[in-house]
Design a protein around this ligand. Sequence first.
Ligand code: UDP
Length: 353
Amino acid sequence: MRVLVTGGAGYVGSVSVERLVASGHDVTVLDSLVTGHRSAVVDGARLVQGTLRDRDGLERLLREERIDAVLHCAARSLVGQSAAEPALYYTENVVGGVGLLDAMLGAGVERLVFSSTAAVYGAPEVVPIPEDAPVAPINPYGETKRAFEGAMRWYGGAYGLRGVALRYFNVAGATERNGEQHDPETHLVPNVLAAALGRRQLTVFGTDYPTPDGTCIRDYIHVEDLANAHLAALELTARKHPTTGSPGSDPGSERPEPGGGDPTPGHGGLTVCNLGSGSGFSVLEVIRAAGSVVGRPIPYQVGARRPGDPAALIASNARARDLLGWTPRHGTLEEMIGSAWRWLETHPEGYPP
Ligand code: UDP
């Protein structure tokens, strides 16, 4: 298939591009390179530098490249920044996203997979979180992702867009080629490894949560497993008619639909799928696992809670198994942290500027 990957020079996007190219697909990457890295785009994919807000340029690109399906990873994705600068998040994640939808309509491209987030659930009442849990984001980042999911749902009903939104949890790990490099870095695993290298001080944000060791529990997923799920979701959007008969309400809907809908693309609306391992690890467990990967204990200090952190986020991945035939293959912390550590060792300066 001919796929456009927006944000294909970023962390999740670049590994998904690697996977698509390795599977023989024809890939065009659209990336502004504001947070992405040119050299993260594997040879074999075309890189176009540009923004989602150039709607007409996007439509031309979709036509010229004869795109069959879009994988939409481009987004602003820092929770703290989103609270300080919501305008940036609404402009890029919502206005930019709707520009993409309109360009797709113009070019007659119907298949869309969206890299969404578990942040749409806010602080969930039930874990593991099923897809029909209430959607109640607690920051502009999650809110703008929810808003775009909403647009996909309504475009699906009205215009036949076949959309899948993948709500994923905490991504970690690296391939040999691509790893995680954000500036500023806020995520736990890269911060722990930076502490192991003596590059920064690690602070554990809160030890008084209602969890067994008092630190937050998260559901970690290897970026390669995530890339496999993206490919499976792209393949799912090829289906025009339901074939699974899987049960489930129209997930994440702000309009409850009693009686349930069909989660298969082609029925209007939107297919939502959580991606996680179904189990969780605490912050201290991550620090201990990293210590055994690097061969020495990682120093840390205990600090205050970080605002907006729910105590535990764990995905139910039953639907991903049913609908995508997906199971995480690299589910241990040692695999995830080990691959991230190897990437740091082989890329000591990160990506070239
Ligand atoms: N965390 C931490 N120290 C850090 C970074 C993160 O204690 O330097 C904690 C954070 O409070 C959360 C967990 O690690 O409980 C995972 O945070 P991350 O930012 O990686 O992902 P999030 O769950 O916020 O998407």
